[in-house]
Design a protein around this ligand. Structure first.
Ligand SMILES: [Ca+2]
Ligand SMILES: [Ca+2]
Ligand SMILES: [Ca+2]
Length: 319
């Protein structure tokens, strides 16, 4: 089937599904929709520092939650009480510009949102309380940013966009003729960090399974404008891929590289002599062993249908 035909079929399916039934309120399986606020929420039970919490929400294509008003605070705390034992959580309010000047992660003043401070708060205890927590009783407290706490990520229904071809709520993924989707990340990261980000995007660090797929990745790399990257602390000319050395070279799906379908190392590679145990690809498509701590670009891969839901859940399955 040609790529054009596939695109047309997906488009027709989209028209059919959207005209036949109301679109389900679906973002991701791990997010819960609250109708009164027209938004999706995920309570993160793995405790993180404030900055890591903010970043994790970014990776999931969402925002570190803060309550816009009392109604939202009540609705979200109600959901939290029904499902989790926590007494307080980080919210997306901090003091990025000056101490005691509280702003949301998207730049609103604390005066524009739900700002019911607890008794005696904010008090900037110890002079270093620069992040805000929401307590179970709906009140706020300024607190230190470096402790690890649970938090909530939020996505509003009005900002939700569905990538039909990739079956994913992320327009950064590009569909191609192999029936796969890829996203080239221009924020250089270590290999393990790259694995984490792809996972947060419901994808995985790309695995090359054929010469054709290598060509696709080479072309995506070639066509991605890489010169505007402000970060200079990274190794240029390579991208992290989803394989590593674990007694043998294997993919992150635990298949030996040989079985995965692509083993074209660059001449002289692997050359790390045990010090380069993570996998990468030169811009020309040839493989390279690399230090896992080395920061560089990376590519995430997503197979439509990987989540075994997506379009079906979002638009209903035609009978
Ligand atoms: Ca305080
Ligand atoms: Ca692949
Ligand atoms: Ca190497």
């Amino acid at each position: 089937m040609s790529a054009k035909l596939i695109v047309t079929l997906f488009y027709l399916q989209f028209i059919f599904l959207t005209s036949c039934q109301e679109v389900a309120k679906f973002f991701r399986k791990d997010y819960h929709y609250i109708d009164s606020t027209k938004s999706f929420y995920k309570i993160h039970t793995i405790h993180r520092t404030w900055i890591d919490a903010k970043e994790m929400c970014d990776f999931e294509g969402t925002t570190l939650f803060y309550p816009n008003d009392e109604d939202e605070a009540r609705a979200v705390i109600n959901y939290w009480n029904q499902t989790q034992p926590f007494s307080y959580i980080y919210i997306g309010v901090w003091t990025p510009n000056a101490k005691e000047v509280f702003e949301t992660v998207d730049g609103l003043s604390i005066f524009q949102i739900h700002n019911a401070w607890g008794p005696g708060e904010p008090n900037n205890a110890g002079g270093n309380e620069e992040c805000v927590v929401l307590r179970k009783d709906g009140t706020l407290n300024d607190d230190i940013c470096t402790q690890k706490l649970p938090f909530i990520c939020k996505k509003t229904l009005s900002t939700l966009e569905w990538n039909m071809l990739c079956d994913l709520p992320d327009m950064g993924y590009q569909y191609n003729e192999l029936g796969r989707c890829y996203k080239f990340h221009l924020n250089p990261r270590s290999w393990h960090y790259a694995v984490k980000i792809c996972d947060a995007e419901q994808s995985y660090l790309a695995i090359i399974n054929s010469d054709a797929e290598a060509n696709v990745l080479v072309n995506i790399t070639k066509n991605t404008p890489k010169n505007d990257v402000e970060d200079t602390n990274y190794l240029n000319g390579v991208v992290h891929l989803g394989f590593k050395f674990n007694d043998i070279w294997e993919t992150i799906k635990h298949e030996s590289l040989r079985r995965s379908g692509y083993t074209k190392w660059e001449v002289g590679q692997p050359d790390g002599k045990g010090k380069e145990t993570c996998g990468s690809m030169f811009f020309n498509g040839k493989l390279n062993d690399i230090s896992c701590d080395q920061r560089c670009f990376f590519i995430c891969e997503h197979e439509p249908g990987y989540l075994n839901e997506g379009i079906g859940v979002r638009f209903g399955r035609p009978n």
